[in-house]
Design a protein around this ligand. Structure first.
Ligand code: ADP
Ligand code: FDM
Length: 211
């Protein structure tokens, strides 16, 4: 373990609407960073394997109905139950590449009509990402990528609302990427920025002040 966060890993987050290329880019970045010999792990939220994650999985697959606020709190609890492991990894020098996090929580719940301020509160004080790659794609272009799946939220009009809310949430840690670019062009851009942030983070404290 390193003292005072010295030589910690970076917390790199991917956010974006469905089909925007988050999983493709997160996986490619993971392979790239690993090939350079840096300790790195790939994470994804919701983490469907935990007890709370199983309930979330049923909700997303539409085999369980839950009140909007209840599911919002479960998504948040699913992050909190992972946070100590995430922190331990980062402080041990491992870079975490995370596919979706609290911004997804805000965008999807607010798109259903819940107040943003109410939605933010349960995630207040979570580990703060060092950089957020937002793969931006219109819902029309997303629909062209093989159509939407069967899970809850996978339809064009809802994704349109989600995108608008996402874009209202951006802060200086966000890098908005045009997801219409080629997979390799995006990967090059993301790879360069990630190496810079990995170096920078070695000297910076890990923050726990989300929202
Ligand atoms: P997400 O994780 O954001 O839902 P995926 O990475 O699963 O998105 O990508 C959704 C679909 O779009 C996949 O079929 C993937 O191969 C394709 N795709 C990803 N990135 C691009 C890109 N830059 N250009 C064209 N198609 C892409
Ligand atoms: N989602 C994800 C939320 O509504 N809130 C959250 O906090 C998180 C992390 O779950 F529709 C939604 C977003 C998406 C679904 O799908 C997860 P993927 O395909 O596993 O990312």
């Amino acid at each position: 373990k390193f003292e005072n966060n010295k030589n910690r890993g970076a917390f790199i987050l991917f956010e974006g609407c469905d089909r925007a290329g988050k999983t493709t880019q997160a996986t490619k970045l993971f392979e790239y960073i690993q090939s350079l010999g840096h300790p790195v792990k790939l994470w994804k939220f919701p983490e469907r394997k935990t007890l709370i994650g199983q309930v979330i999985d049923e909700y997303l697959k539409k085999t369980r109905e839950l009140d909007d606020r209840t599911i919002h709190l479960l998504f948040s609890a699913n992050r909190w139950e992972c946070v100590s492991t995430m922190k331990e990894n980062i402080l041990n020098g491992t870079t975490l590449i995370v596919d979706r996090y609290a911004y997804s929580g805000l965008a999807f719940s607010a798109a259903k009509g819940l107040k943003l301020e109410w939605c933010k509160y349960p995630d207040k004080g979570l580990l703060t990402p060092d950089i957020v790659f937002f793969t931006d794609l219109s819902s029309e272009d997303a629909a062209k990528r093989g159509g939407f799946g069967e899970e809850r939220y996978e339809n064009q009009s809802f994704q349109k609302k989600v995108r608008e809310i996402y874009l209202s949430l951006k802060d200086p840690t966000w890098k908005i990427l045009d997801a219409r670019k080629s997979i390799s062009e995006l990967h090059d851009q993301i790879g360069k920025m990630s190496l810079t942030i990995i170096q920078k983070c070695k000297e910076l404290p890990l923050k726990e002040d989300l929202f």
